[in-house]
Design a protein around this ligand. Structure first.
Ligand SMILES: Nc1ncnc2c1ncn2[C@@H]1O[C@H](COP(=O)(O)OP(=O)(O)OP(=O)(O)O)[C@@H](O)[C@H]1O
Length: 258
């Protein structure tokens, strides 16, 4: 199921403002790729182009190419809603649908896709909650509101919701930044398990986290204030953290800026 993403010379705009310039990279399937870099260098903006969420913002547009295996995600014939179903997203703040039960939160996307059978829904809800390491904590209270869970549980509920529709890629935008250290570890363990099935991309400000969870790391930076962000380098995480090719990366990793 997991797929490879190939990005070629991608630039990203908000109206006339070019936020990201000329990114070319490959995201390998069944692995975790971390995006790191100083604030404002365009990590989240670039992440959102990978499932066509960026264009939802007024004035948001891209130039360049994004391929998911052999599918051109920005081809005129490509339905952006289908792209977002194939490439799921988990956000910084856990955002379960507040009025919905735990069960309905996980089932929502399936129902939107037309799944009506109760036994099918029951099966996938259970499987998704197990996949998100949440089942044992919530199985006795599936009818209770998702908003009543702790922050860490809510984030795992959002991951269950995302995997319920069987995406091929999971994009995570600082998924632990609103969580305590224990919940963060639970999410990191989960990411480690999920990568056997999914292609995962995670934006993180936390370099220890990038070092712990990712196989590959991409370092983004601004050439100068007011200039667009760009990819400085992408490589195996151990290489980026121990022996990066670029001095800028080394300066950032060693805390000399950012
Ligand atoms: N909705 C928007 N409209 C206009 N400009 C935006 C919008 N969102 C982000 N930007 C700009 O795009 C650039 C990249 O922002 P982005 O949030 O992608 O960076 P980031 O690296 O993810 O930052 P952080 O680490 O602080 O989250 C910044 O200059 C930002 O001000």
């Amino acid at each position: 199921m997991a797929k490879r993403i190939d990005v070629t010379d991608l630039s990203v705009y908000y109206g006339d403002f070019k936020a990201v310039e000329g990114v070319t990279m490959t995201v390998e399937p069944r692995s975790v790729t971390a995006f790191i870099g100083p604030s404002g260098c365009g990590k989240s903006t670039f992440l959102r182009t990978l499932n066509r969420m960026h264009e939802v913002i007024p004035g948001g547009r891209v130039e360049g190419k994004v391929m998911l295996d052999d599918q051109d995600l920005y081809a005129a014939s490509m339905d952006p809603v289908r792209v977002r179903r194939t490439i799921g997203m988990v956000f910084q703040r856990p955002n379960p649908f507040p009025t919905m039960s735990i069960y309905d939160n996980v089932a929502a996307g399936l129902r939107l896709n037309g799944v009506r059978s109760k036994s099918t829904l029951d099966g996938i809800v259970e499987e998704s909650l197990k996949g998100a390491n949440l089942w044992t904590e919530v199985k006795e209270r599936l009818g209770k509101p998702g908003a009543g869970l702790s922050g860490g549980q809510q984030q795992r509920l959002c991951i269950a919701r995302a995997i319920a529709v069987q995406p091929q890629v999971l994009l995570m935008d600082e998924p632990c930044s609103a969580l305590d250290p224990i919940s963060t570890l639970a999410i990191e363990d989960l990411i480690n398990e999920l990568k056997t099935e999914y292609t995962i991309v995670i934006v993180t400000h936390n370099m220890q986290q990038a070092a712990r969870v990712s196989d590959r790391t991409a370092f983004f930076n601004l050439r100068a204030t007011g200039e667009p962000g760009r990819l400085v380098e992408i490589d195996n995480t151990t290489k980026i953290f121990n022996n990066p090719s670029q001095k800028q990366t080394e300066d950032y990793i060693s805390g000399r800026f950012g």
